[in-house]
Design a protein around this ligand. Sequence first.
Ligand code: SF4
Length: 156
Amino acid sequence: MLHYVEFGLSHMEVPGEVALCIYISGCPNRCVNCHYQELQQVDVGELLATYFEQILDLYHDYTTCVCFMGEGDGSEESRTEMLSCVKSCNKRAYKTCLYSGRDTNIEDWMKAFDYVKVGSYREEFGPLTSETTNQRMWMKEADKYIDITERFWDKK
Ligand code: SF4
């Protein structure tokens, strides 16, 4: 089961959107100098399934995009649960974003999201706001994803 540590609004995480960011624990990646080590702990925080609809209710009219910061342990169960949350967002006409910390291309299951950020945090390349970053932010447009990473570069 997915757990979250905190949630809140941000104008920084998804270009052009007011993102409701939900920080998911259980991250199996082990980025050196991880910016949020609590997210590496398993089953820390509240059960997402219990509170997700209430969180959406709370931010009704304030957010345009629900942003999942992390994808849990990467198990099939976690993905199924997250995709169920995406369906709830779609019913409310919110866009959705996934922040994956893995070095991967967009996987089939990720194609439910309007935005997908991929890539581990590597200090030598910097975060998304660095022009040398190894991370990428993709935005769905029609049936394709386009790379919008450079939209972060004027936000340093
Ligand atoms: S993906 Fe994010 S939370 Fe996970 S180890 Fe890397 S920096 Fe930390």
